[in-house]
Design a protein around this ligand. Structure first.
Ligand SMILES: *Cc1c(COP(=O)(O)O)cnc(C)c1O
Length: 413
């Protein structure tokens, strides 16, 4: 299994470079003895790790299967064709590009395929959960395009669809982006499509977070609605770190050229092979059960945090993702993240729909991969609350976390 694979590889590394071997083993130990509640993280399977650590990493393969700028691509071509075919089947898409190095590269390619610098784009504002690639001034998106941000309702935390429509009518954007780093509810893709059609805009769905739930039938599929769907392969989908694009046949050429040669060079064939492995896993009944368990676990965790007094944004979740304000427990978001980290509960801060305070963002994808269920979610919610209220010392909490994690090893030998 993975540990064996990892340990064999690490043995080679230990002999040659003990300094780096220690770092790899240290990270394996960290991941195995703390709880990974970061909503964007997961544990890839041993098979995905095997593909990532394979000699496909050596191959240069600029271009696409059957049309490469290098010789010797006949075998990696097959890997990429398998990855593309599996992605198309999994998501019901006419076309898939699996070369994007990351979610951000996929978004960059979508903009490159559909927009020109200076175009107006309507997207969820960053203070409400938009990604950096949705118009941050620190990112190419905010520098090269004219972003207009819609928001969420301060009371409900839900996307303000009336505002989306009004801003679209006023600004006539060239594209509308739906998707978020922190939105816990399903997105109404049909409504976004309707607004986009009304103003003649492209619809880009940045489904980096929920695409794994889509694969498992636990969230609505944006593919029938969006012109281009951008996604990551490493979040709930549980594949290697990377991105992908899905679109209809008529945009296939533009999307492919936007990835290579416009925004990227040679494809990473080991990662593409690993994506194929992950798509294969995601097509199984076991993954469907996993995706539904991820959501069931998130609902229990959200309810547990609410019962402890935290304010859970939108009152719950439809997905793997929860955002919550810990302030009623007497701690603000950033301090809360630090205290929880000391106890071995690893999660992120995020913006909140109301006020300037920071909230906590967490998810259940990784814990569910480890085999944890609703009983463990209830326990984790109570433990987090005890830590934040100062009822349990962080060392004692750390021991509890180590014990729980020890019962659900992410990579059992
Ligand atoms: C995670 C995420 C991305 C970026 O993915 P990277 O692989 O980190 O570049 C883009 N958009 C959204 C909505 C995300 O959640």
């Amino acid at each position: 299994m993975a540990v064996i694979h990892t340990l064999e590889a690490t043995d080679v590394l230990r002999r040659q470079d003990p300094e780096l071997a220690e770092i790899l083993l240290g990270e394996l130990a960290r991941q195995s003895t703390t709880l990974q509640l970061i909503a964007a993280e997961n544990f890839t399977s041993p098979a995905v790790l095997a593909a990532l650590g394979s000699p496909l990493a050596n191959k240069y393969a600029e271009g696409y299967p059957g049309a490469r700028h290098h010789g010797g691509c006949e075998i990696v071509d097959v890997a990429e064709r398998v990855a593309v075919d599996r992605a198309k089947a999994l998501f019901g898409a006419e076309h898939a590009n699996v070369q994007s190095h990351s979610g951000s590269s996929a978004v960059l390619a979508a903009y490159a395929a559909l927009l020109r610098p200076g175009d107006t784009v309507l997207a969820l504002g960053l203070p409400y959960g938009g990604h950096l690639t949705h118009g941050s001034p620190a990112n190419f998106s905010g520098r090269w395009f004219d972003f207009v941000g819609y928001g969420v309702d301060a009371e409900t935390g839900l996307i303000d669809y009336d505002q989306v429509r009004a801003l679209a009518r006023t600004h006539r954007p060239k594209a509308i982006v739906c998707g978020s780093i922190a939105y816990p509810r399903h997105i109404d893709y049909a409504l976004f499509r309707e607004v986009a059609d009304e103003v003649g805009a492209y619809l880009i769905a940045d489904a980096a977070h929920p695409i794994g739930l889509v694969a498992g039938g636990a969230a609505p599929n944006p593919v029938p609605y969006a012109d281009v769907v951008c996604a990551t392969t490493h979040k709930v989908l549980r594949g290697p770190r990377g991105g992908m694009l899905l679109c209809g046949a008529e945009l296939a050429g533009r999307v492919d050229r936007a990835v290579f040669p416009f925004t990227q060079g040679g494809a990473q064939m080991h990662t593409i092979a690993a994506k194929a492995v992950a798509f294969g896993e995601a097509a199984t009944p076991a993954f469907t059960a996993y995706a539904h368990q991820v959501v069931a676990n998130a609902r229990v965790l959200a309810a547990g945090l609410a019962a402890e007094g935290m304010v859970v944004t939108t009152g719950g979740t439809d997905t793997h993702l929860i955002t919550a304000d810990p302030a009623p427990l007497g701690v603000e978001g950033r301090a809360a993240r630090g205290r929880l980290a000391a106890a071995g509960l690893v999660l992120d801060c995020c913006a909140l729909p109301h006020g300037d305070g920071r909230g906590l963002r967490l998810g259940t994808a990784a814990l569910t991969t480890q085999g944890m269920g609703q009983e463990e979610m209830t326990y984790v919610a109570a433990l987090a609350a005890r830590v934040l209220r100062g009822e349990t010392e962080s060392q004692k909490a750390r021991d509890e976390v180590r014990e729980l994690a020890g019962r659900f090893p992410p990579y059992s030998g």
